[in-house]
Ligand binder design. Structure first.
Ligand SMILES: NC(=O)c1ccc[n+]([C@@H]2O[C@H](COP(=O)([O-])OP(=O)(O)OC[C@H]3O[C@@H](n4cnc5c(N)ncnc54)[C@H](OP(=O)(O)O)[C@@H]3O)[C@@H](O)[C@H]2O)c1
Length: 171
């Protein structure tokens, strides 16, 4: 796939895998939307990308992926600036690894589900209408993605998977 000029949303672009992914896409000349809560880190990455001289454009969007209004703003700002979405990389998330009884019910358990699961579902849901129209793709770091048959409406966690639309699942 030729990445040059593609519009790629990377959630969790302020550190780690998301930051490295966004940087690599920018090296290859993509138009990269950098989303996370730590906007200072996103802005310094955007400056670094501008200095690469690859012609890559960036859009920085401060977003808490556990909040539907932030997700909606991420998608609308992307469409306002670039007019399309070619790739959505659902990377934002975190892990709290400890014995269950040691985890805080809200801070560790509820918030992890809100970002790692519902954040992915809601972000994909918001991007889907335009991506289906454009026949573009989603990459998720989780494994729950599955086929939705036309007759089935049983779960909001199921995504389309057919000749019309592709889902790439990276575990
Ligand atoms: N590294 C591993 O071995 C490993 C293993 C399994 C799964 N994963 C998953 O892979 C992804 C990347 O991992 P990593 O190692 O690169 O982690 P990382 O360096 O901690 O990066 C996590 C990213 O997610 C963002 N994020 C967290 N909560 C968010 C929220 N509520 N709203 C928006 N953004 C949020 C963070 O940005 P802000 O804090 O600025 O919002 C940050 O940019 C994560 O989803 C992680 O759970 C990683």
């Amino acid at each position: 796939m030729d990445i040059r000029g593609k519009v790629i949303i990377v959630t969790g672009a302020s550190s780690g895998i998301g930051e490295a992914t966004a940087r690599q896409f920018a090296r290859e000349g993509a138009r990269v939307v950098l989303a996370a809560r730590r906007v200072d880190r996103l802005e310094s990455l955007a400056q670094e990308i501008a200095a690469m001289g690859t012609g890559a454009e960036t859009l920085v969007v401060q977003a808490d992926l556990s909040k539907l209004e932030d997700i909606q703003a991420l998608i609308s700002q992307t469409l306002n600036k670039f007019g399309r979405i070619d790739v959505l990389v659902n990377n934002a998330g975190f892990g709290r690894l400890d014995w269950l009884e040691n985890l805080d019910p809200k801070k560790d358990i509820q918030s992890q589900f809100d970002v790692n699961v519902l954040g992915v579902v809601q972000t994909t849901r918001q991007a889907l209408p335009v991506m289906i129209t454009q026949r573009t793709s989603v990459s998720s770091r989780t494994v729950f993605t599955a086929v939705r048959r036309p007759s089935s409406t049983s779960s909001v966690m199921l995504l389309r998977f057919s000749g019309r639309f592709s889902v790439i699942v990276a575990t």
